[in-house]
Design a protein around this ligand. Sequence first.
Ligand SMILES: [Mn+2]
Length: 289
Amino acid sequence: MAPTANPLILDFDRSVLPLPGSESIELGRWQEAIRFGCPLGQLRALGDSLAPALVRQPGVVFMGSGDYHHVTCLLLERYRALGRPLHVVVFDNHPDNMRYPWGIHCGSWVWHASRLPFVAQIDVLGITSTDVERAHGWENHLRNLKSGRVRYWCVGRDLGWMRWLGITHSRSFASVGELADAFGSASAARTEPVYLSVDKDVLSADDAHTNWDQGVMRLSEMQSVIGALRQRVVGADVTGEVSVYRYDSRFKRMLSGLDGQPDIAEADLQRWQAEHRSVNLAILHALAQ
Ligand SMILES: [Mn+2]
């Protein structure tokens, strides 16, 4: 199983500290083009340049900031050749299934992934963002929610508007514990290979700091859900590190400025990146046990 091979760091933003046995690919020159979002052609160009490095089926792929979460779509392509339907399990505080008219971005990649013919279902676990509530409802892609190909697993959100539209597969729970129990029973009988994608913004600030709207899941809760899926996992990636970047492009500054990311002091940055390294080790441990 590939996830037990050595970790691979796609080093766009110098935020991922080295892990045992990790290899790193320097991608700083791609940062401006790929970070936050890009035209699909640009993502394909990155895919072409990474192809030789991905042939050897690396272990867990670490990509840095959640601003690179759309790179998951490239990594998923490798499982087309499996010839079996893939179950994609995402940990994220946001649905990442939003409308975005300028190509693909970190908040819309789930929609793109749900259109891949070999992806059977995408479960997004741990959402506490109000992106899923009525005021933002129209910003979500609805067809994949209605078909159940994409399912939101939220905590403390009001999904009443979805029922009204006939979306029944997405649910909200009072706690992560209840969510994990329900997801556990829903997936217990499944046998498809799983691709796991973790955005650490799903975690509570007690476990890891992000410079971004973060969730309430505890690391131990995430580890036990991952542990239950472990036997089926054929590939995985992790984002959600803290990193700072100022775009050359005014357009990207405007779009990402809308997301209100605050500045971070250098001392905090180093401390938080070390904290993220322990979380990365915990995720590798949960997959390897
Ligand atoms: Mn994400």
